[in-house]
Ligand binder design. Structure first.
Ligand code: DCP
Ligand code: MG
Length: 362
């Protein structure tokens, strides 16, 4: 589809990620419908579920109560973010054995640009197979991968066959692949846009290809031109390895559990200074402050606040953390870990923003 040199992009996405980690770490859960999420009595939602549970129609973001109605025999497990983060680090280490052009999208998903790579391996398919093999070897978990000449098609390809899939879409196969692709798989088509597409009679890539640029731009504004390009397999967005870090945080595990609020406040002051220092060094400004506490029984709570403007300094970070503190059981229940995180980054208007890259218009 393109005339110039062809890029080689791989998209890797772990299968039923949180649920697979739970099944790995607790053999009793293997082969069973597992739902990872919050309790129905606390109006919890499904983060994800095992493939056994998906057969019953359970899916991410569904109310846990609804999920258990659909699949009453499912085992509901609370998320263990530390375990998922550890796996995420392991898979990123594997990605970096091939290239440093790695763009993490979430804990379990990343793009790699392997056009040039550390092994000088010309076959992106071979690299994808080797990545999958190393992931199983290191984590005992499976991933699905898509290989193509741009990010959009690579991602659509990785979702094409799951779990443990590998789908390669070469330029000559792209038109056929995209024609059959459901409209919801097009980058930028969420729930609302998806419904509007369907009301326009656009249900898949073939329909989208038939829609004129004029129709698409009048219906979807700037995004219309973007969709028009995607229908033709055009996506020039680069693999962007720099926005991996979505928060800056520091935490400390105490030598002894404490209910002493004065001590906790002191620790928060120290953590605020440290977080502020990292933010300054990396030139980041975040609007969300998160207070993280782990109690003696390892129960983890986070409380967060999002401000209108980025927190400007350590004192402001501390002020927000102290406002969040009374919303926890600290002081009544012994605490073993205290942490502060700042996220929701944005560049300040007076500063130079991110390089002007051809990102999608949303
Ligand atoms: N996640 C979440 N809430 C959502 C969607 C996802 O907490 N609404 C979490 C749980 C998932 C993880 O992110 O395990 C990765 O999301 P994916 O969309 O990749 O879903 P899975 O990896 O669970 O399943 P799949 O095999 O479809 O990729
Ligand atoms: Mg996944």
């Amino acid at each position: 589809m393109t005339g110039g040199p062809v890029n080689k992009i791989i998209h890797v996405d772990m299968d039923a990620f949180y649920a697979s980690v739970e099944q790995r770490d607790n053999p009793e859960l293997r082969g069973k419908p597992v739902i990872v999420g919050g309790r129905p009595e606390e109006r919890g939602v499904v983060a994800t579920c095992s493939y056994e549970a998906r057969k019953y129609g359970v899916h991410s973001a569904m109310a846990a109560s609804r999920a258990l109605q659909l699949c009453p025999q499912a085992v509901l497990v609370h998320p263990r973010f530390d375990a998922y983060m550890a796996v995420s680090e392991q898979i990123h280490e594997i990605f970096h054995q091939f290239t440093d052009l790695v763009e993490g999208l979430s804990l379990d998903e990343a793009y790699l640009d392997v056009t040039e790579n550390k092994l000088s391996e010309p076959s992106a398919t071979k690299i994808a197979l080797e990545i999958k093999r190393r992931i199983v070897e290191t984590t005992c978990l499976t991933a699905s991968a898509g290989v193509s000449y741009n990010k959009f098609i690579a991602k659509a390809a990785s979702g094409f066959k799951k779990p443990d899939g590998l789908t390669v879409v070469t330029p000559d196969k792209a038109a056929g692949f995209l024609a059959k692709l459901p409209i919801s798989a097009f980058w930028g088509v969420g729930k609302v846009t998806g419904q509007r597409m369907i009301s326009l009679g656009i249900t898949n890539g073939a329909d989208l290809l038939r829609a004129s640029l004029q129709t698409l731009t009048s219906e979807f504004g700037k995004s219309g031109a973007w969709f028009w390009q995607l229908a033709r397999g055009i996506d020039d967005t680069p693999v962007y390895p720099f926005h991996e870090r979505q928060s800056v945080g520091r935490e400390i595990t105490l030598p002894r559990d404490t209910s002493d609020l004065a001590l906790i406040r002191e620790l928060l002051a120290e953590l605020s200074r440290e977080v502020d220092k990292i933010l300054r060094e990396s030139g980041k400004h975040g609007r969300t402050v998160t207070l993280k506490l782990k109690f003696f029984d390892f129960r983890l709570v986070t409380r967060r606040i999002t401000l209108k403007l980025p927190v400007p300094d350590a004192t402001s970070i501390l002020r927000e953390a102290l406002r969040l503190l009374p919303k926890t059981d600290a002081g009544h229940i012994p605490v073993r870990l205290v942490g502060i995180q700042v996220s929701g980054f944005q560049s300040l208007p007076e500063e130079e923003g991110a390089p002007n890259l051809p990102f999608p218009p949303f």
